[in-house]
Design a binder for this molecule. Sequence first.
Ligand code: DAT
Ligand code: MG
Length: 148
Amino acid sequence: MERTYIMVKPDGVERGLVGEIIKRFEQRGFQLLALQLLTPTKELLEQHYGDLAGKAFFPGLIKYMLSGPVVGMVWAGKQVVKTGRVMLGATNPLDSAPGTIRGDFCIDVGKNLCHGSDSVENAEKEIALWFPNGVASYTRHIESLIYE
Ligand code: DAT
Ligand code: MG
């Protein structure tokens, strides 16, 4: 089953939106495979956002992400990478549709609450980076109520 890495950023944790974000993925029918709260190191964040290292906003992004703990999750399900991004909304919250997490709860790109992997390949890289001890799978009894 496809997997994605979803992360509530420090602003989302401080604002008490962890439960709200988990709720949306749970209610949609996706399966929670892993969950952790941690204050990431600068090195971990620089690896996670490695492809953005040349951007002018990169130092500010790292500072923001270091400002407190984050909640990282692995979710599994059919097309969960693409659908997870749709559920988060556009990178700039002002472009995010109402009904999306960013479209419902934030305004500025530098305080956009959450992260979601942008491809299946990057999802697996991010899961390996944030959960170096591995992520186990398990069978749910409700699969037949979610998938046809
Ligand atoms: P996304 O988080 O939607 O995958 P991204 O990978 O392009 O977006 O960028 C990672 C984060 O960097 C994004 O969530 C917020 C920040 N960011 C992106 N573009 C920015 C910009 N133009 N100004 C400030 N921060 C930006
Ligand atoms: Mg991204």
